[in-house]
Structures are given as C-alpha cells and as structure tokens.
Design a protein around this ligand. Structure first.
Ligand code: PNS
Length: 164
C-alpha cells in the first residue's frame, strides 16, 4: 500500500492545494492531508476550521483523508507509518526552503519528500496572497472553492466590519 502525507497550513485551502492533493491521490493508494501549525505565520482560521473546510473540499477524492497535527511532521508520519511527504513546488523561489525542510525531515525520520510541480495556472497562488487581496476587496473567487471563498469573505468582514 503506497501512502503519502500532503502537509500544509491551508489557511485557507486554495485551488492550488487541491490540484496537488488531486494529483497525489492518483500517485498513491492513500493520501492524508495534514493540517500543521507553523508558529511563524499568523492564522485567519483555526485549525478545526481549516480541517473542516479541507474535509469538505476533499470529499470528491475517495482515497484522501484529512487530519490535524501539532508538533513535528515527522512524528505525525512515524505515528501513521507513512514514509512519503508530497509537497507542491510553485517556482524556484519555493525550492530553497522546501529542499531545506525535505532534508531536515529526512534527517529526523525515514521519510522521503516528493515534489510535485504546481500546474502553471496556479503558480502564483498562495493563501497569504489570497487573504491580502481579499482584505482589500480584490476578487479571489476563482482561486478557491466557492464555499471557502464565502467563509473567507465572512471572516474578513467579521474581523473588520467597516472594511477599513
Ligand atoms: O503551508 P506551509 O506553511 O508551507 O506548511 C508548512 C508545514 C506546516 C508543512 C511545516 O511548517 C511543518 O511541517 N510544520 C510542522 C513542524 C515541523 O515539522 N517543522 C520542521 C520542518 S523541517
């Protein structure tokens, strides 16, 4: 059984994330999407909210499950008996950091990281940019599942009702 984990912050999940998850689901028998905590980034949605949105977004994929983790990704992999991590690579600018994480993770546990090149139509897409553009009223509706877009717009309005 070939199993892989697709880790990320997913704050919130974008069509670019789902493209990587869909392609991983074709490459592996089972894929676990793992919502992690990266303390260096501030979050708009709680881990439970992000997991909830991902579960809905991943419903079309029969062999994909979603779970959260705190602590090290390698501990999550070890607990699940998973030895492959799948990460999307958007551009060369992603590579340095992703390579560093892949090598660190390989030094911590018996895990291999597989990089999947992001589809060109999503190469500019990042949750952080989506949030920034949406904060200033830009249209990001084509970049997220519709229900995620609705929740994003609602959350931003709750945080800043005056839109200031
Ligand atoms: O979506 P992101 O922010 O690129 O996701 C990063 C994430 C959550 C996958 C990464 O920060 C992570 O694995 N965090 C868990 C803590 C950990 O294992 N850190 C060491 C990484 S070498």
């Amino acid at each position: 059984m070939r199993r892989a984990v697709c880790p990320g912050s997913f704050d919130p999940v974008t069509n670019g994330h789902l493209d990587i998850v869909a392609r991983a689901s074709h490459l592996f028998d089972e894929v676990v999407v793992a919502v992690g905590v990266n303390k260096s980034k501030s979050r708009l949605f709680t881990p439970d909210e992000r997991i909830d949105m991902l579960r809905t977004a991943c419903e079309p994929f029969d062999n994909v499950t979603v779970d959260g983790f705190t602590g090290l990704l390698t501990d999550f992999c070890r607990d699940r008996g998973i030895r492959t991590i799948v990460k999307g690579l958007r551009a060369v600018s992603d590579f340095d950091y992703e390579l560093q994480m892949a090598q660190m993770n390989a030094s911590l546990a018996e895990v291999e990281t597989v990089f999947v090149p992001t589809s060109p139509e999503y190469s500019f897409l990042a949750s952080s940019l989506v949030k920034e553009v949406a904060t200033f009223g830009g249209d990001v509706s084509g970049l997220l599942p519709a229900f995620v877009h609705d929740r994003l717009v609602r959350r931003l309005a709750e945080r800043d009702p005056a839109g200031s």
